[in-house]
Every structure is written in structure tokens, then in C-alpha cells.
Design a protein around this ligand. Structure first.
Ligand SMILES: NC(=O)c1ccc[n+]([C@@H]2O[C@H](COP(=O)([O-])OP(=O)(O)OC[C@H]3O[C@@H](n4cnc5c(N)ncnc54)[C@H](O)[C@@H]3O)[C@@H](O)[C@H]2O)c1
Length: 356
């Protein structure tokens, strides 16, 4: 903690997600007297300077290792592409900083495990930017799940499906820099939220299949504009099936491109006392299904507060640093998600079920 009782913040990677959500959230916390935004670093000088001017940040670096030398910095947001999550995180721990790293934890679970171990060794917080959990509807149904409204949850169906939504910017279509396609970019969110709602049962085996049916084709319609099919090296659809030690199972479907009727971003839970359809694309569709006194009931969620989940994620991180409490999305849980995603890819390649 900085001597003035505020958390000193550094931003590593000041592109889309940093300027879109991390910095606005930290700026609010600065107004509330909880943080100082001490420095920003980006390999792209213009991006770093733009962020510094926009958010009034006194120190600007090209090399994030210079940022880590500042003793006024207690905590960093790491908002670099996936292939640059591991090393900056480990360097930040070596410099004694707490870390909020964007999702997924890393390119794969091997890298993620190194990051978790480094955090433990340093005695610092590692929080993963899996923000969906902080939304009003997920928080509401999590309270119900914890109170037993669904009973034992024995099956879950998690969908992060885009009909035509290939990110046409950045490195999202390059396997070496991104680690994977929709599974790792958007499937990661819905899988994490679903595991959290289920109470994080222990996964024991995974099977799955990944497809690249559109990525290398020229001229496919895309809501985000054309992508470069020559460098597209990730899947465009994947499906996974996970078995847990407690007997529960889960299926996960994720796509950038698929011939389906509409985008879906949802989780269904089946429990012994109730079920859930949580529609994150349109919460008015969300329902809780139960049998009450001999009648089947469908309950909707009404008058939920408007919650900016990314802002809540940043607030939770700062509070954990201020109070010395554990992260609400700890590295271990981000690692479990990555281990499942890795196993779907492995199963797709080997044609076999993968034991975790
Ligand atoms: N939680 C969410 O909803 C969400 C949404 C979008 C992106 N993300 C994640 O955020 C991360 C970044 O995505 P983005 O969309 O902001 O990408 P982006 O390309 O807009 O920004 C990444 C920035 O990192 C910088 N960078 C690259 N190498 C660097 C280095 N060595 N040191 C410092 N900076 C470096 C780039 O110059 C760029 O400005 C990814 O991991 C992505 O998965 C999360």
C-alpha cells in the first residue's frame, strides 16, 4: 500500500480493454480517493501517450519493466494480448505488485500454473479478468444457487455463440498469440461463470471437438468487417463435454462463426430442486424453473440494478488489495477454466477423452 493509504496503480497494455474499462474504473476510484493511477506502459508509444493524456497519468513508459520499478505502484492491470499475460505477471510479482490480469489467464494452463505459483511465492493477489460474475443477474442467481434453490446442480449447458462475429482486429485469429479461437476468447467467460454458479465442482475428464470451417474462407460475411483468412489459425466453433468428480456434467459450445439463428450468450442449469436459464444477451429471457406445491413455475428476475461488471471487477481487485482479502476471481479458478479449454483442444486433436 502506498504511504498515502491509496492503492498505486500501473497499467500494462493500454489498448482497447484498458482504455475501455480498466482506466475508467480506476479513474472513478481515484475520484473516490481509493487509488492513484501512477503509470501506464504500452509497446505502442502513441497508445500509451493517448491513454496518459485521456486519464491524466503522470508516468508513461514503452517498456513495462520500467513501470514495475516504481515503488509507488502496488498493483497492476495487465491488459496485453494473451501471449503477453504470463511474463509481465511473473515480473510484476517479482517486483512485489498485485496483479489483475485480463482473461484468459494465459495462452494455456501450463503458463497459468506458473503465474499462480509466482503469486503464491510473492504472497500477492492474482485476480483474473473474468468479469461476467459481477453482473447483477449472475450475482442474483448465485445467491439463489448458494441458498439451495436449484438443489444439486447435475448438468449445465454453457453457450457463447456468435453467428458471424470474428474479431477482425488485434491477434484474435492467431493461435500462437491468442492460444485459441472463440473457446478461449468468449467461451472462457461463460465457462467461468457456469463453474462459479455450480460451486466449482472438480473436473475429472473432458472430451471435445474444434472446427475451422469458415476461418480460411474468403468473403464470409462478418459483423466486425473482413478478417484476414490467410492468417486465421484458430477454430471457429468448438464443443466440449466435461465430467466432474461429483457426477455433474457440462457442455460448452462456442463460436465466432456458425450457421445458427442468432447469437447466444447463456447458461442453463439443471438441478434437483430447480433449473435456470440465464440469458446474458437479454436478461428479460432469464427464468428460474421450479415445481412449487404441485405446480410448475417459471420465475423471472425483475428490477435488477444496472451494474457495470468490469467496474465491479476492478473495485473488487482494489478492495482486495486495500483490505488484504483474497481475490474474488482467484488465479486458481482462471487456471481451472484454462485446463478445461486446453483439454477440449487436446481431445479434438487426439480424438480421445482427456483425464485431468
Ligand atoms: N474481459 C473482457 O471483456 C475483455 C474484452 C476485450 C479484451 N479482453 C482481453 O484483454 C486483453 C487485451 O485485449 P485488447 O482488446 O485490449 O487488445 P488491444 O490490442 O486493443 O490492446 C493490447 C495492447 O497491448 C499492447 N502491448 C502489446 N505488447 C506489449 C508489451 N510488450 N508491453 C506493453 N504493451 C504491449 C498493445 O500495443 C496494445 O495497445 C486480451 O487478453 C483480451 O482477451 C478482455
Amino acid at each position: 500500500m502506498s504511504t498515502n493509504g491509496k492503492v498505486g496503480i500501473g497499467i500494462i497494455g493500454s489498448g482497447g480493454i484498458a482504455q475501455g474499462v480498466h482506466l475508467p474504473a480506476y479513474a472513478k476510484l481515484r475520484d473516490e480517493g481509493k487509488v492513484e493511477i501512477v503509470a501506464v506502459a504500452d509497446a505502442n508509444e502513441t497508445t500509451a501517450k493517448t491513454a496518459a493524456e485521456k486519464f491524466i497519468i503522470p508516468n508513461v513508459f514503452n517498456d513495462y519493466r520500467d513501470l514495475l520499478k516504481l515503488s509507488e505502484i502496488d498493483a497492476v492491470s495487465i491488459c496485453t494480448p494473451n501471449f503477453l499475460h504470463k511474463v509481465p505477471t511473473i515480473d510484476a510479482f517479482a517486483a512485489g505488485k498485485n496483479v489483475l490480469v485480463e482473461k484468459p489467464i494465459a495462452l494455456n494452463a501450463i503458463e497459468g500454473a506458473e503465474m499462480v505459483a509466482a503469486g503464491h511465492a510473492a504472497g500477492k493477489i492474482l485476480q483474473i479478468g473474468l468479469n461476467l460474475r459481477f453482473g447483477a443477474a449472475p450475482q442474483a442467481v448465485k445467491r439463489m444457487a448458494d441458498a439451495g434453490k436449484f438443489g444439486q446442480i447435475y448438468y449445465a449447458r454453457a453457450h457463447a455463440l456468435r453467428r458471424r462475429g470474428v474479431p477482425s482486429w488485434g491477434v484474435f485469429t492467431q493461435k500462437d498469440k491468442q492460444g485459441g479461437g472463440p473457446l478461449i476468447d468468449i467461451g472462457v467467460h461463460i465457462l467461468d461463470m457456469t463453474l462459479w454458479l455450480m460451486g466449482h465442482p472438480e473436473p475429472v475428464s473432458v472430451s471435445g471437438q474444434a472446427y475451422r470451417e469458415f476461418g480460411n474462407r474468403e468473403g464470409v460475411f462478418n459483423v466486425f468487417g473482413p478478417w484476414n483468412p490467410k492468417i486465421y489459425s484458430v477454430e471457429d466453433f468448438a464443443v466440449g463435454h466435461v465430467k466432474f468428480k461429483n457426477g455433474a456434467t457440462l457442455t460448452l459450445e462456442s463460436s465466432f462463426v456458425a450457421n445458427i439463428g442468432k447469437d447466444e450468450f447463456s447458461t442453463s442449469l439443471m438441478g434437483t430442486e430447480g433449473g435456470l436459464f440465464l440469458d446474458l444477451a437479454d436478461n428479460t429471457n432469464s427464468r428460474i424453473f421450479r415445481e412449487e406445491n404441485g405446480a410448475l413455475t417459471d420465475t423471472s428476475l425483475a428490477s435488477l440494478p444496472t451494474v457495470a461488471s468490469h467496474e465491479q471487477e476492478v473495485r473488487a481487485f482494489v478492495n482486495a488489495v486495500l483490505d488484504g482479502t483474497p481475490a474474488l476471481v482467484p488465479g486458481e479458478q482462471g487456471l481451472m477454466v484454462s485446463a478445461i479449454l486446453d483439454a477440449i483442444y487436446e481431445s479434438s486433436e487426439t480424438g480421445k477423452e482427456v483425464l485431468l
